[in-house]
Design a protein around this ligand. Structure first.
Ligand SMILES: Cc1cc2nc3c(=O)[nH]c(=O)nc-3n(C[C@H](O)[C@H](O)[C@H](O)COP(=O)(O)O)c2cc1C
Length: 185
């Protein structure tokens, strides 16, 4: 079983990015389990002065969830051409302690949804960049879901087969990236 931690970069209850991740969990093959980090709203801004031996509870929860998971799947909205601040804080908390962080070496993928036409492509690029600098092993595969308010049916499933297939492909590629490399290969 490969476990993937899903983090939505939105704090909104009715978030399209939450919906995209929920659908990814539903579509994932039986040998891939997707769990959710749902304490993003409780994370303080990253502040080195409150990090150290006794970090905030939500930061510890994030680090433990990242450490338990084989891989990370982020779904980001786009705010003013980039990622929401709350998501950046999560990446910053996950990137410390430097050299021994929960993100170090972690396979990661980024997808995104917006109500506009472009599906958070700039935010996805920025999330990949920040995760890579934080030490994650970021795969390039993504899903850009534009017009997200029209993209799901009443049961929360994507109407477009193309997007659904793209979502499964990202999840499978990410799980593959999380497999240990066989000795000698
Ligand atoms: C402060 C703010 C800035 C935004 N800036 C952009 C933007 O630059 N590009 C874009 O495509 N959508 C932008 N949007 C629209 C969001 O991407 C859209 O509302 C999206 O559905 C939010 O994700 P969620 O449904 O997961 O909460 C912005 C929304 C907000 C609230």
């Amino acid at each position: 079983m490969t476990t993937i931690l899903a983090i939505s970069g939105s704090l909104r209850d009715a978030s399209h990015n939450h919906a995209l991740l929920r659908h990814a969990a539903e579509l994932a093959p039986d040998d891939i389990e997707i769990t959710f980090f749902d304490e993003l709203g409780g994370l303080p801004h990253y502040d080195p002065d409150i990090d150290g031996d006794d970090p905030p509870e939500a930061a510890t929860a994030l680090r433990e969830a990242l450490s338990r998971a084989d891989a990370l799947l982020v779904s980001t909205p786009e705010y003013n051409g980039s990622i929401p601040g709350a998501l950046k804080d999560a990446i910053d908390w996950g990137s410390r302690p430097f050299g021994a962080s929960a993100l170090s070496g972690k396979p990661a993928a980024v997808i995104g949804a917006t109500t506009g036409g472009y599906g958070a492509v700039w935010a996805q690029q920025d999330a990949r960049k920040a995760l890579g600098i934080a030490g994650a092993r970021v795969i390039e595969d993504g899903v850009a879901l534009g017009r997200a308010h029209e993209a799901f049916d009443d049961t929360g499933r994507l109407r477009s087969q193309e997007h659904a297939q793209g979502l499964v492909a990202v999840v499978e590629r990410l799980a593959q990236a999380a497999q240990p490399v066989a000795a000698g290969s």
